[in-house]
Design a protein around this ligand. Structure first.
Ligand code: C2E
Ligand code: MG
Ligand code: MG
Ligand code: MG
Length: 286
């Protein structure tokens, strides 16, 4: 190795860091601009009652529309938004937009179904989530029991007492609480012991290969039994095939969500799917 080569290696390292910092600043600007010009969008993925096959809920999933029209997935920008604090206004927009949409659906006379919203643990550190949610519910008129807040286990890494208090206040409002990606964190059992929740969402990584992988099958069975013993409802994420659905039905899982039923779609498309399952079309398409 010559001196020149190692010198190049070092400047490569430095310019790599520069490149990363530049990339982050660019993303910060893109996020700010998307917020200002209203270029965040929500897609909705249906959730189905396994026994009846009816759509009983949906989950709002965030997308960012770039200036050139491309739709950007949350994995591309959420971690950065959590680091630079923009997750606060972004996720406030998500809660408000999802509640507005839920209220609109209700006004149209559709059969009741819940709207799920993903929250970031950062929100619980920096603001009173119950105050925010109470304000948005009264602003939009969505009944509290139709709002389902999804939290991941990573929330237990933060001040436990403070989080538990906020979750209790949310439940006092009548809002439902789901644990998202259940089983992937390192404190699943501790979570269900300490926090007031309504639902467990079995992570899709356990659901995918359920039929081929006996460990996954055992974990799914145990999670369903655990959830039911504690009085929670259990929903499986990432259901992609009829066979997996049948297996979950035999295990008495309550609900399912996944590409088998439908991908995340626009509010209008979900609405059409729900209207299609109504016995009589009493609903105006307005
Ligand atoms: P999540 O809450 O666990 O959402 C489920 C993810 O799995 C979604 O990805 C969904 O499109 C995808 N998915 C659903 N069914 C299937 C399936 O059958 N097969 C496969 N392979 N994937 C499926 P998406 O929309 O990219 O969201 C990724 C994550 O980003 C979400 O995971 C959630 O943690 C986060 N996220 C999404 N929207 C928001 C938001 O508004 N706020 C916050 N804080 N996080 C959000
Ligand atoms: Mg979720
Ligand atoms: Mg999940
Ligand atoms: Mg996830």
């Amino acid at each position: 190795r010559t001196k020149a080569a190692s010198g190049n290696g070092f400047s490569f390292f430095v310019s790599n860091m520069d490149a990363r910092a530049r990339e982050e600043r660019r993303l910060d600007a893109t996020l700010r601009e998307a917020l200002e010009s209203n270029r965040f969008e929500l897609l909705y993925q249906r959730q189905v009652d396994i026994k009846t096959g009816a759509i009983v809920g949906c989950e709002a999933l965030l997308r960012m529309r770039e200036a050139d029209g491309t739709l950007v997935a949350p994995s591309e920008f959420l971690a950065r938004a959590e680091r630079n604090g923009m997750i606060m206004p972004i996720n406030e927009w998500v809660i408000r937009e999802a509640c507005r949409q839920g209220a609109r659906w209700r006004e149209m006379g559709l059969p009741e179904f819940s709207v799920g919203v993903n929250l970031s643990p950062v929100q619980f550190q920096r603001q009173s989530v119950p105050l925010l949610v109470a304000r948005i519910l009264s602003e939009t008129g969505l009944p509290a029991h139709l709002l389902d807040l999804e939290l991941t286990e990573s929330i237990v890494l933060h001040d436990r007492k403070q989080v538990a208090l906020q979750l209790q206040q949310l439940r006092d409002l009548g809002v439902k609480i789901s644990i998202d990606d259940f089983g992937t964190g390192c404190s699943s059992l501790s979570y269900v012991k300490h926090f007031p929740v309504d639902r467990l969402k079995i992570d899709q990584s356990f659901v995918h290969d359920l039929l081929e992988n006996p460990s996954d099958a055992a974990i799914v069975r145990a999670t369903i039994n655990l959830g039911h013993s504690l009085g929670f409802e259990v929903i499986a994420e990432g259901v992609e095939t009829e066979e997996v659905l049948r297996h979950l039905e035999l295990e008495h899982c309550d609900k399912a969500q996944g590409y088998y039923f439908g991908k995340p779609q626009s509010a209008e498309k979900l609405q059409l799917a729900i209207q299609a399952q109504m016995p009589t079309k009493l609903v105006s398409l307005g």
